[in-house]
Design a protein around this ligand. Structure first.
Ligand SMILES: NC(=O)c1ccc[n+]([C@@H]2O[C@H](COP(=O)([O-])OP(=O)(O)OC[C@H]3O[C@@H](n4cnc5c(N)ncnc54)[C@H](OP(=O)(O)O)[C@@H]3O)[C@@H](O)[C@H]2O)c1
Length: 312
C-alpha cells in the first residue's frame, strides 16, 4: 500500500488534534476518480467537526481527514468511471461522510467532480465548491431568487456570503449585505448595493420588504430577520433553524438547508468564473502542515472570503 502526507485527527478536540503525518493513499472504487490535490479550501464545518459539535448527527470513525473542498489533477479512476482522464484539472466538494481533502490524494465520486475554471489557479479554485454551491443552492434552488428582487445577505464578506453577493448580482437582484466596519468597502467591491455595518446599525432599522433573507449567522440575527421580509418572501438559513410558527405569523416561507455535492452545478459555476462574472476571494493561504493555524483563524469568525491550504 502506498502512503501520502495528510492532516488527520485521531480524536475530537482543539486544533492540536490535527496531526500532519503519513496516511494510506486511497484507491478509487467503482465510479470514483483519484485526484492529486493541489489545494484544499477550509470551511467552518471543518473545525465544528474537529471539536465534536456534529458528532451526534454525523458519526465519524478515526483517524479522520477533514476538509471537503479541493482543486487538483486526476491521477486514476475506478471501474465505471471514465469522464475524466489522467492530468485533467478538476475541482470538487466531495462527500463529507468520507475522508476529506487535507491530504495529497482523495478518491471522489465522479458525479461530484467538475473541470475546474480554466482562468484561475488551484488555490482560488479550491475556495469555490463548498461555499459557492451553498450560496447557489440556498438563494436559487431553495429561495428562487430572480431578477429585480431584493435580497439581504448576512455575513456578506464571508466565504458563503461573498459568493452569494456575486451570484445575486449576476441574477439581476438588488443586494443588501451586512459586515463589520472593516469590510464596508469590500462589500461595495463585491457588488453590494447597500452595505450595512452591523456594529453601527441594526439592519432591521434600515431594511424593509425584501424578497429573500439569506441567513448565514443564525440565533438573534435570524430572529430579527422576520420583520424585514415582504409578505410571501423567503427566509433561507444555513446556520439556524427558522421557526415555522414565526414564518406563518409573518406570512413568509422558510427553509433550513444543508448543501449537497453537485458536479453539474460546479460546471455552471466554472463557466461564470471563466466569463469573469464570479471570483473567489482568498484572504489567507497556508501550507497543509499549518492546518491548525487555519482552524484558529477560521474559528475567529471574521474571515474575509476564504482560507486555503496549499498542498502541492
Ligand atoms: N448548512 C450548510 O450546508 C452550510 C454550508 C456552508 C456554511 N455553513 C455555515 O454557515 C456559516 C457561514 O459560513 P462561511 O463559510 O460563510 O463562514 P465564514 O467565512 O467564517 O464567515 C466569516 C464572516 O462572517 C462575518 N460576520 C461575523 N459576525 C457577523 C455578524 N454578526 N453579522 C454579519 N456578518 C458577520 C464576518 O464579517 P466581519 O469580519 O466583517 O464581522 C466574516 O466575513 C457557518 O456557520 C458555516 O458553518 C452551513
Amino acid at each position: 500500500m502506498e502512503n501520502m502526507k495528510a492532516v488527520r485527527m485521531h480524536k475530537y478536540g482543539g486544533p492540536e488534534v490535527l496531526i500532519y503525518e503519513d496516511a494510506p493513499r486511497p484507491v478509487p472504487g467503482p465510479a470514483e476518480v483519484l485526484i492529486r490535490i493541489h489545494a484544499a479550501g477550509v470551511n467552518p464545518v471543518d473545525w465544528k467537526i474537529r471539536a465534536g459539535y456534529l458528532k451526534d448527527i454525523r458519526p465519524y470513525t478515526f483517524p479522520l481527514i477533514l476538509g471537503w473542498d479541493l482543486s487538483g489533477v486526476v491521477e486514476a479512476w475506478g471501474p465505471g468511471a471514465g469522464k475524466f482522464k489522467k492530468g485533467d484539472e478538476v475541482y470538487s466538494r466531495p462527500d463529507s461522510s468520507r475522508n476529506g481533502a487535507y491530504a495529497e490524494y482523495i478518491a471522489v465520486k465522479e458525479v461530484e467532480v467538475a473541470f475546474k475554471p480554466k482562468s484561475i489557479d488551484h488555490i482560488h479554485a479550491s475556495a469555490i465548491p463548498l461555499a459557492c454551491l451553498t450560496a447557489w443552492q440556498a438563494i436559487f434552488d431553495t429561495a428562487g431568487l430572480g431578477a429585480g428582487q431584493k435580497i439581504l445577505i448576512h455575513a456578506a464578506a464571508g466565504g458563503v456570503g461573498s459568493f452569494a453577493v456575486q451570484l445575486a448580482k449576476w441574477k439581476g437582484a438588488y443586494v443588501i449585505g451586512t459586515a463589520s466596519g472593516r469590510n464596508q468597502s469590500f462589500l461595495r467591491e463585491l457588488g453590494v448595493d447597500e452595505p450595512i455595518d452591523y456594529e453601527e446599525t441594526q439592519f432591521e432599522d434600515l431594511v424593509r420588504d425584501v424578497d429573500v433573507v439569506f441567513d448565514t449567522i443564525g440565533g438573534d440575527t435570524l430572529k430579527r430577520s422576520w420583520k424585514i421580509l415582504k409578505k410571501g418572501g423567503f427566509l433561507v438559513s444555513i446556520a439556524g433553524t427558522p421557526s415555522a410558527e414565526e414564518a406563518a405569523k409573518a406570512g413568509v416561507r422558510q427553509a433550513k438547508i444543508w448543501m449537497a455535492p453537485n458536479g453539474a452545478e460546479l460546471t455552471e459555476i466554472a463557466g461564470l468564473v471563466d466569463s469573469g462574472k464570479l471570483k473567489a476571494v482568498v484572504e489567507t493561504v497556508l501550507p497543509l502542515s499549518d492546518a491548525r493555524q487555519a482552524h484558529e483563524l477560521s474559528q475567529m469568525g471574521h474571515t474575509r472570503g476564504k482560507i486555503v491550504l496549499r498542498v502541492a
